[in-house]
Design a protein around this ligand. Structure first.
Ligand code: VG1
Ligand code: CO
Length: 542
């Protein structure tokens, strides 16, 4: 039975770079999920009878939110609702399913790498028919709608059994519960040389994959352990848990320390990898050698044709602005364009749709390609394995060879979490005010070549995005970038990105924090971090 429920808007349901992200307790308020999901549907047109994909990363409140979303989708006229078993779908798997089914769009229930549990975070994101995050035009419309909404449409229908594969009716809609891995794994088989990777494992290559008790456990077990013969025990923390075992499911050197220590040990495995809450991020570590995400993008691009899905070569590379310029050097050598976009995967969508870029990456442990419209953690691991299987070389040797060819972009990101919001904004305002006077000045021995607040003109749809982060570019390819996070849920998170270019003839084997020490000091002093925020040191260094 269709039911129309009167409701009052909640303030601040603004979807950011990765959808709407708030504390679980905020989402648990009566009508909160309904308001947002109805606002999404109210901002879309022409979906009557069409297909909607729904899935999440298994975090606390996932199942409850999915039941609500299913009822609203059915009441609003979707004809077919495809849901991952147990409510599970990784973000890349949602993207793959939307595309494979030709669905109208999808809802992803996740707060990605943010912690879960009753006191953790939750999130909802809408993805369009191309498989990627909704562009700003749609997220702006959704936000506008959340402020004026007066009612939502739902059904009087019981919860459905999310664990049971098969189809059930909810109102007039058919709900199909599907295996979360199947469609995704099929796509991976098309892109990569599974035979060669099987051979790699058969030859004694050892790997550890840390699923961080988040969504990639089932994917990694099915693909790495079973299909590729890596063997049982390769996947650690492989069971998705609502609170991610109390951990922060963020695959970086701070939160994936267990894996890092394992792989850096002298008798450690050849290769270590991890993914985040919703499976779109990746961490790559070879024995004795961590690969920064920026370097990973460059190295994958330089070797991409070894994977069958990319044998024809790359059309272009795209990276987010704060991502290091390592990929630019590969693009230049390949004679293809390299696009610099604002932070967030949604900016890559147009370039991929227009076939202007094939590989994309962000410094925040996100790498992906035109196979879907999200970054993809398991894909990145397979791409590395495919390349290592073909090159028959260690990660450390591949990295050393890469830097000898292109030079090395030493890189680090320093995050200051949960800073007072007005202090964060004031810091950025003060930086912006100083920009015009910077070019030509010498800061700590570095000569400023250019300085701006990054703006992006989308070459495909002509849209403009302004205020995307303060860049101070130095002569010789070094730079400091400042921006505020759009995904934090408490106060402001200030991100400082520091990069220094070392040419092929320079010292390529340094520790990044050491190589960057003078620029790190300069980055703090220049924005007066301690005076303005009371913080002498960052909360997280990656
Ligand atoms: C962060 C990263 C950004 C990434 C975004 C979503 O955003 O810096 O590169 O696209 O998270 O990642 P911000 O605004 O906090 O810096 V995830 O794994 O949510 O989907
Ligand atoms: Co994520």
């Amino acid at each position: 039975m269709l039911r129309i429920v009167e409701t009052k808007p909640y303030p601040d349901q603004k979807p950011g770079t990765s959808g709407l992200r708030k504390k679980v307790k905020v989402f648990q308020q009566p009508g909160y999920v309904e308001n947002f999901v109805q606002s999404v549907f109210d901002s879309l047109e022409g979906f009557a009878g069409d297909t909607l994909v729904i899935g999440g990363d298994g975090r606390y409140f996932n199942a409850e939110a999915i039941q609500i979303a299913i009822r609203l989708a059915a009441a609003n006229g979707f004809g077919r609702i495809v849901v991952g078993q147990h409510g599970w779908l990784s973000t890349p798997a949602v993207s793959a399913l939307i595309r494979a089914l030709g669905a109208f769009g999808g809802l992803i229930l996740s707060a990605s790498h943010n912690p879960g549990g009753p006191d953790g975070d939750f999130g909802i994101k809408y993805n369009i028919g191309a498989g990627g995050p909704a562009p700003e035009k749609i997220t702006d419309a959704i936000f506008a709608r959340t402020k004026t909404i007066t009612q939502y449409k739902t059904l009087d229908a019981p919860d459905i059994a999310l664990g049971r594969l098969g189809e059930v009716k909810v109102g007039a809609a058919t709900v199909a519960i599907v295996d979360p891995v199947e469609t995704y794994a099929k796509l991976m088989r098309k892109l990569f040389d599974f035979e060669a990777i099987r051979g790699l494992f058969a030859s004694g290559f050892r790997m550890k994959f840390d699923a961080m008790h988040a969504i990639t456990g089932p994917y990694a077990k099915a693909i790495f352990e079973e299909e590729l013969g890596a063997g049982a025990g390769v996947v650690i923390n492989g069971v998705p848990l609502p609170s991610f075992g109390g951990h922060h499911p963020d695959p970086n050197l701070t939160y994936a320390r267990e894996l890092y220590d394992l792989v850096m040990a002298p008798d450690g495995p050849d290769f270590g990898a991890a993914s985040d809450g919703d499976g779109d991020r990746n961490l790559i570590i070879g024995r004795g050698q961590f690969i920064t995400p920026s370097d990973s993008l460059a190295m994958l691009a330089a070797n991409a044709t070894l994977a069958p899905g990319y044998a024809a070569g790359l059309k272009g590379i795209a990276r987010s602005m704060p991502t290091s310029a390592a990929a630019d050097r590969v693009a230049a050598k390949l004679g293809i364009p390299c696009y610099e976009t604002p932070t967030g995967w949604k900016f890559f969508g147009n370039l991929l749709d227009a076939d202007m870029a094939t590989l994309c990456g962000e410094e925040s442990f996100g790498t992906g390609s035109n196979h879907i419209r999200e970054k993809d953690g398991v894909w990145a691991v397979l791409m590395w394995l495919n390349i290592l299987a073909k090159r028959k070389i260690s990660v450390a040797d591949l990295a050393a060879e890469h830097w000898r060819t292109y030079g090395r972009n030493y890189y680090t990101r320093h995050d200051y979490d949960e800073v007072d919001l007005s202090a964060g904004n004031a810091l950025m305002d003060a930086l912006r005010a100083r920009l015009p006077a910077l070019p030509g000045q010498s800061l700590g021995g570095y000569k400023v070549q250019a300085a701006d607040d990054f703006a992006y003109h989308d070459p495909v749809d002509g849209s403009d995005s302004k205020g995307q982060g303060v860049r101070v570019l130095f002569e010789g390819g070094s730079r400091i970038v400042y921006r505020l996070s759009g995904t934090g849920t408490v106060g402001a998170t200030i991100r400082i990105y520091i990069e220094k270019y070392e040419p092929p003839t320079g010292d390529l084997g340094q520790d990044a924090q050491t190589a960057l020490a003078d620029l790190i000091g300069l980055s703090r002093q220049f924005c007066e971090i301690e005076k303005r925020t009371g913080r002498a040191a960052p909360s997280v260094i990656t």
